[in-house]
Design a protein around this ligand. Structure first.
Ligand SMILES: *[C@@H]1O[C@H](CO)[C@@H](O)[C@H](O)[C@H]1NC(C)=O
Ligand SMILES: *[C@@H]1O[C@H](CO)[C@@H](O)[C@H](O)[C@H]1NC(C)=O
Ligand SMILES: *[C@@H]1O[C@H](CO)[C@@H](O)[C@H](O)[C@H]1NC(C)=O
Length: 261
């Protein structure tokens, strides 16, 4: 949940559930080193040229941060190489060690404590450290006055078609919000605080009916293999075309969070 002060800072957290993406990568690699033709899954009304900025070296955001512990050079090697191959640039931020945290610095707000559990007695310190690392990234974004930024953790993985996928994501994002006009210099818009792609532990509210479905998305694992954290809401399944490889993009209004699964 984002504090109010970050209301105009839109963050895209790539919380990609690695097991899904690894499956996709393995499936792709099994067939051919790179897909011969990048699949086009678009079916929205807005043309691709509107989202052209997504092809740039920060994926249409103002900046891309990657969070990782400095000694995990193996992960840095992997991620920097993968980003270079895909055509985007990372700015590394150091991860946070649990032993550098103090309970006194944790959020004091009652609601936040009960929802987020920022209490060392009830939450594993490494989870709190992960939260702190993301807070440090948010501080950088505020200090640099970035309107948009992408934050990645060092175990993230992505499909080689990420730029095409993000264009479709942006299109779906505007569709679920009912936006008629898109500013090409802010492809994902500025109406939401957090965009969460690849999977989101919070999931949409159970009564949330606004969603955008990409039927037979060739870049995702089948629906049965995606029964991870919160699964796909029944209501979405019941209205969708129910192909084995649907991708869903929906809003989580109470947290102003965009969920893709
Ligand atoms: C942290 O959690 C423990 C156990 O649930 C509780 O006893 C304690 O009062 C909590 N501390 C704070 C600061 O909320
Ligand atoms: C990429 O595009 C976005 C959106 O137009 C822009 O804010 C950002 O500065 C661009 N990045 C680069 C490296 O050109
Ligand atoms: C959905 O449920 C939440 C409570 O769980 C409620 O606050 C919200 O107004 C509901 N939304 C709709 C569209 O019914």
């Amino acid at each position: 949940m984002m504090p109010k002060s970050y209301r105009f800072v839109q963050i895209l957290l790539v919380a990609v559930t690695s097991y899904v993406i690894i499956n996709i990568m393995l499936a792709l690699l099994a067939e051919t080193r790179w897909p011969k033709k990048i699949p086009y899954v678009s079916h929205g009304a807005t043309g691709d040229e509107t989202f052209e900025a997504i092809q740039n070296e920060t994926l249409g955001f103002q900046h891309i941060y990657a969070i990782g512990l400095p000694e995990r050079t193996d992960k840095r090697d992997f991620l920097s190489l993968a980003a270079s191959m895909t055509g985007f640039k990372l700015d590394w931020l150091n991860g946070v060690r649990p032993d550098s945290l103090t309970q006194k610095a944790m959020p004091k707000h009652e609601a936040l404590i009960s929802i987020q559990g920022m209490n060392f007695s009830s939450v594993a310190p490494n989870i709190v450290a992960c939260w702190r690392a993301h807070m440090n990234a948010l501080v950088k974004i505020v200090e640099n006055s970035f309107k948009t930024a992408l934050i990645m953790e060092d175990d993230v993985d992505w499909d080689v078609n990420i730029k095409t996928q993000l264009m479709e994501f942006a299109r779906g994002l505007h569709a679920v919000q009912g936006n008629k006009k898109v500013q090409p210099e802010v492809p994902c818009g500025l109406n939401l605080d957090v965009l969460w792609i690849g999977g989101c532990i919070s999931g949409p509210s159970s009564n949330e009916t606004h969603f955008y479905a990409i039927p037979n998305d060739p870049t995702v694992a089948s629906v049965e293999q995606r029964a991870g954290v919160a699964g796909i809401p029944e209501i979405w399944k019941s209205v969708s075309q129910k192909t084995p490889r649907d991708t869903y993009i929906g809003l989580k209004r109470d947290a102003a969070c965009m969920v893709m699964r």
